[in-house]
Design a protein around this ligand. Structure first.
Ligand code: PAF
Length: 280
């Protein structure tokens, strides 16, 4: 696996692979890789001739009060993991290369980014869509892989690609969970002792929803109130939101629509904000 630090060099490598008619699979990440990321790389390896992965902790998607500086980083470990999964190129740009002085062009998806995570993190998605558009321009993939854990991100990026005719297939991959059900996330590293135990409450609340829906419940307010009860059983947990939305446009639902419903929640455990979801 080759590590490329420079955007122009990565761009020419992508051009060459396009010339050679290779199918390019791309997995954008912010590093500190876990099984969730590796499942994306594995799928990319199966589907494509060449696999590009990027690691870039994107300052644009963090608000000033968020964890950009302390976001976990470990290039050596990530490099080893990616080699083992058979990634071909790791793109590892600097902030200066991605956002040189005078940078002033942004990509914004409007309505879909105003709800859910967008309410609590109003500048987040503009950072995500801008960096992903740049990464797509640099790596020129045919297919790009994202986890369903960041459900809204996946929906927003699909919209961006469609609206801007990017011609890239966006593939959403299942959430990978720890043994107790906690969704894998680089931020789980922040959870200490009892916080880690109580972080399972998001999954427990979603499991409750799964049971209720399987039993025929379709009333959203009844489901949300049961989810609240589950989380209230965990004293370290503080709910940011619990929401039930239509997948196609993220509008709020009053009744479950089978095949088009996203149940998602954000919960603070101590200082760590966790998100999770299930698709029904
Ligand atoms: O999901 C992530 O890790 C990031 O939001 C992404 C897509 C790599 C953009 O920085």
């Amino acid at each position: 696996m080759r590590i490329i630090y420079d955007a122009n060099e990565m761009h020419s490598i992508a051009d060459k692979h396009r010339e050679w008619r290779k199918i390019i699979g791309f997995v954008p990440t912010m590093g500190y890789l876990h099984e969730g990321h590796l499942s994306l790389v594995r799928q990319a390896r199966r589907d494509n001739d060449v696999v590009f992965v990027s690691i870039f902790v994107n300052p644009l998607q963090f608000a000033p009060n968020e964890d950009f500086d302390r976001y976990p980083r470990n290039l050596k470990r990530d490099e080893e993991l990616l080699k083992r999964e058979g990634a071909d190129f790791l793109f590892y740009p600097s902030v200066e290369d991605m956002y040189p002085e005078g940078f002033q062009t942004y990509v914004e998806v409007e309505k879909l980014t105003k709800v859910l995570e967008g309410k609590s993190r109003p500048t987040h998605f503009r950072g995500v869509t801008t960096v992903v558009a740049k990464l797509f321009n640099i790596t020129k993939p045919h297919k790009a892989y994202f986890g369903k854990k960041d459900a809204q991100q996946l929906i927003v990026l699909k919209k961006m690609v469609r609206d801007l005719n990017m011609g890239i297939e966006i593939i959403g991959m299942p959430i990978v969970r720890e043994e107790d059900g906690l969704a894998m996330s680089s931020r789980n590293k922040y959870l200490k002792g009892e916080e880690r135990n109580q972080a399972v409450c998001l999954f427990k609340a979603l499991k409750k929803t799964e049971e209720l829906i399987a039993g025929g419940e379709d009333d959203v307010s009844a489901i949300v109130s049961e989810m609240r009860k589950v989380i209230e059983g965990y004293p370290l947990a503080e709910i940011d939101y619990i929401s039930v939305n239509r997948i196609s446009d993220l509008s709020e639902l009053e009744r479950i629509e089978k095949g088009n419903t996203l149940v998602s929640l954000a919960v603070r455990i101590g200082n760590t904000r966790l998100i999770d979801n299930m698709w029904f």
